[in-house]
Design a protein around this ligand. Structure first.
Ligand SMILES: Nc1ncnc2c1ncn2[C@@H]1O[C@H](COP(=O)(O)OP(=O)(O)OP(=O)(O)O)[C@@H](O)[C@H]1O
Length: 246
């Protein structure tokens, strides 16, 4: 029997920025297909640096990264960027076409898919994020929360192996935060979510990994981790006032 390759494999990844600042010191991470993992850690821990290695925006350090068995390398970048869908914090970095539908079609069209397939993927991705009615609207007419959901759709339409979300709940009002959580909960995808919002991690990700000063210092069930006040405090992680992990 063969074992499927992990969706994401990070093996001994170390990286220093050109100014000499060492941001990652030998990170190991394995995410199985279908897993949902929160990446937690204080400001400056190296979370963004790690995420930028997953689709090869940053390269050149020690170690290796592979997505569903395919190494992140210069020769594979196009396929890697299809397999790793990163949703950045600011949706306006990802929406630049005149309509929502064209934004969601952009990736699949770029892959050379035929128009019938592109249309199918756009419809499906917009349905998955609850934005099917917005296909013909200009993205800048939507609310911030709606734009963030469309940004998720622009990545889903590529049918990625792993969906990576950078602080998905930031700047959302409580209703927008809840609506996005409902959308993400229903997605049948492998998920890596960078967040400072610990209740969101608990709601969406059974497993959490804590990065601090460029090293993974914890990898545990989210509920277990959030119930450990000393461990949270040691890494500057805080639950909202009055929040209790039952
Ligand atoms: N372009 C850069 N050049 C030099 N150092 C950098 C650069 N970008 C980030 N760093 C440093 O690398 C370390 C890790 O930064 P990174 O942005 O990955 O942290 P983070 O965990 O994503 O933080 P935050 O939660 O604040 O977004 C920090 O000390 C940061 O100052």
């Amino acid at each position: 029997m063969t074992t499927a390759a992990p969706s994401l494999l990070v093996d001994d990844l170390a990286f220093a920025y050109p100014d000499g600042h060492q941001a990652l010191f030998g990170v190991d991470l394995r995410i199985a297909p279908g897993e949902r993992v929160a990446l937690l850690g204080p400001n400056g821990a190296g979370k963004t640096t790690l995420v930028l290695h997953l689709n090869g925006i940053l390269r050149g350090g020690r170690g290796r990264v592979a997505v569903a068995g395919l190494p992140v390398a210069e020769a594979n970048l196009q396929e890697i960027r299809r397999r790793v869908g990163i949703v950045f914090q600011d949706p306006d970095d990802q929406l630049f076409m005149p309509t929502v539908g064209e934004d969601v079609a952009f990736g699949p069209r770029n892959m050379g898919l035929d128009e019938a397939t592109v249309t199918r993927r756009v419809t499906q991705a917009l349905e998955q994020v609850g934005m099917a009615d917005a296909a013909d609207r200009p993205p800048h007419h939507l609310s911030f929360g709606q734009r963030r959901r469309v940004a998720v759709a622009t990545v889903l339409s590529m049918q990625p192996e792993i969906l990576v979300l950078d602080e998905p709940s930031s700047n959302l009002d409580p209703a927008g935060r809840r609506e996005l959580a409902e959308v993400l909960q229903a997605l049948p995808v492998t998920l890596l979510m960078v967040t400072h919002d610990l209740p969101y991690a608990l709601q969406l990700c059974p497993r959490s990994v804590v990065l601090d000063r460029g090293v993974i210092v914890a990898d545990a069930p989210t509920r277990e981790l959030l119930a450990d006040a000393d461990r949270l405090a040691a890494h500057r992680l805080e639950l909202p006032f009055g929040f209790s992990v039952r």
